[in-house]
Every structure is written in structure tokens, then in C-alpha cells.
Design a protein around this ligand. Structure first.
Ligand SMILES: C[S@@+](CC[C@H](N)C(=O)[O-])C[C@H]1O[C@@H](n2cnc3c(N)ncnc32)[C@H](O)[C@@H]1O
Length: 262
């Protein structure tokens, strides 16, 4: 049974998707006619609901991917293909404490909040209040807001939330904030960056080399989708050719030397 307040995704016969918080008192008006959402109370995910024009809509449980595709955006966002790798490299899991900047529209914030679980925390830094508000709105809609602590300020002023398990930075000039990042990350833990141009990557690498960071990695991720037609299996005509370059490093703040026994 699907309960009031749960997230649902209704998929039309032509594949159009409607993501909603289920409210049995609402109706959904579509090109295929009106859907009386109260009927969903008797149904399960995977079942169908029929419009007053006789069109069948499938009810799906939204995945995190669906939620990310649905966020309201006013900034460039990090794409799911990049987010997947970021989560692995930063080892984001239940109970983790993560610092990110800037939150922008909140695509990465949403994924981080999902994976840190109820016990984890995302400290999200953003200098523009209107983007922080947009991010909070996007998170509230999918009920992940309470896992995020927002800080509306410039990261030039530092993080001041203690040392996190991981840090991810998506701002235009990250090489200007390397000292602040070192203060905000546990020694030996991972730091990641996303940058849209190679020029920025070069400047960041030059900066990282001057500071106690190790294990540098630079990469980009290509995703090519295929038309799912068994007898004519081939790639789709278009793909997103460029999103951003990813850079990862480990903080190596000080070396503790173990005295040699004599
Ligand atoms: C590309 S957006 C981030 C998108 C976000 N990662 C997402 O996945 O939706 C970059 C954000 O960084 C913020 N920003 C840039 N420089 C900053 C700084 N020094 N301190 C805090 N926020 C900053 C901008 O206001 C902008 O909202």
C-alpha cells in the first residue's frame, strides 16, 4: 500500500514523468486526462492508475536518480554520472560527516544527504542566499533537509565545523581555498573538486602541489546511452559530451614519526 506523504512517480503511456509527494486529496491534470490520486491508496508501486480518458499511468517508487533529475535548478548542477564516482571516492556512507561548497541548486547535496543517512551530516556552504534557499527547497521536497546544515557564507572565511570525513568543492576558483580545506578535513581523508575547464584544473593542480596533499587524480567520465531496441541495438544519437573534470586528493597534513627503538 502507498501512504499519504510518500514520494511517487507517475509515468504516462508516452513516458512523461510526474514526481509528487502523494496526497490523496489531490488530482493530477495531464494531457491524457484527470487522475484521481485517492485511487492510489488501494494500490502498490508497479500498479497502474487510469485517467478519466482511459489512459493508464504506472506508479513507480522514485529512485535517487529520479529525484536528482527532478531538482529545480538555477545553477549548473553535478550530473548523476559524476556524482556516482564522487560518492565512491569520498567514501560517503551512513554516519559520515561531509563538507561541500557551494551548494548551488543542490544536486550533489541531495546525493550526499541520501547516503550519509540519519546519523550523518552534510555541512553545505554557499555564499549566495538565494541558492541556499533553492537547495533547501529541493531537499525539503524529498525529505532530506534534516540531514543538512547550511552555512550561508564565503568559504574564504573557512568552514569552522571541525574536521570532516570528506570535503567536496564545486566553486570556480578552488585553489584559493586550499588552506581552509586543510583545516576542514581529517588527515589522510579524501577531498574532491569539479571544474568545467582544463585551465582551472591546471591552476588547481599547481596549488595542490604547493600544499600537503597527496594521491592526486584527474579524470572525466563519459556516459553513452543505448536505444533499448533488441533487434537494432545502437547508441543514442546524442550524448552529453562534457560536464566537468574531477580532481581528487588526500589531505596529508603532518607526518607523525614513530621513534625508532634502539
Ligand atoms: C556550480 S554551483 C554548485 C552546484 C552544485 N554542486 C550542484 O550539484 O547543484 C557553484 C556554487 O558555488 C557558489 N560559490 C562560488 N564561490 C563560492 C565561495 N567562495 N564560497 C561559497 N560559495 C561559493 C556559487 O554561488 C554557486 O552557487
Amino acid at each position: 500500500m502507498i501512504h499519504s506523504g510518500e514520494l511517487i512517480q507517475l509515468v504516462s503511456p508516452k513516458g512523461k514523468r510526474y514526481l509528487r509527494v502523494f496526497d490523496p486529496d489531490q488530482e493530477l491534470h495531464t494531457h491524457d486526462g484527470k487522475l484521481i490520486l485517492r485511487e492510489i491508496c488501494e494500490l502498490n508501486y508497479g500498479d497502474c492508475i487510469t485517467s478519466h480518458l482511459g489512459k493508464s499511468y504506472t506508479i513507480l517508487k522514485p529512485s535517487l536518480y529520479d529525484l536528482l533529475k527532478n531538482i529545480k535548478r538555477k545553477t549548473q548542477v553535478i550530473y548523476p554520472k559524476d556524482i556516482g564516482y564522487i560518492l565512491l571516492k569520498l567514501s560517503i556512507g551512513p554516519g559520515a560527516t561531509v563538507i561541500e561548497a557551494g551548494c548551488g541548486s543542490g544536486a550533489l547535496t541531495m546525493a550526499l544527504a541520501w547516503f550519509v543517512g540519519q546519523e550523518g551530516r552534510v555541512h553545505s556552504f554557499e555564499r549566495r542566499p538565494e541558492f541556499q534557499a533553492l537547495c533547501a527547497d529541493n531537499l525539503a521536497r524529498v525529505k532530506l533537509l534534516e540531514r543538512v546544515v547550511f552555512h550561508v557564507r564565503d568559504i574564504e572565511d573557512g568552514f569552522a565545523v571541525g574536521e570532516a570525513d570528506a570535503v567536496f568543492i564545486d566553486v570556480r576558483t578552488p585553489w584559493e581555498y586550499l588552506d581552509q580545506i586543510l583545516d576542514g578535513i581529517k588527515n589522510g581523508h579524501p577531498v574532491g573538486f569539479l571544474l568545467p575547464t582544463m585551465n582551472q584544473v591546471s591552476l588547481l593542480l599547481a596549488g595542490l602541489e604547493q600544499k600537503p596533499f597527496a594521491e592526486l587524480e584527474v579524470l572525466e567520465i563519459f556516459l553513452r546511452k543505448y536505444k533499448p531496441v533488441p533487434e537494432r541495438l545502437r547508441p543514442e544519437d546524442r550524448m552529453v559530451a562534457h560536464t566537468g573534470y574531477l580532481v581528487f586528493a588526500r589531505a596529508r597534513k603532518e607526518r607523525r614519526r614513530v621513534p625508532v627503538a634502539v
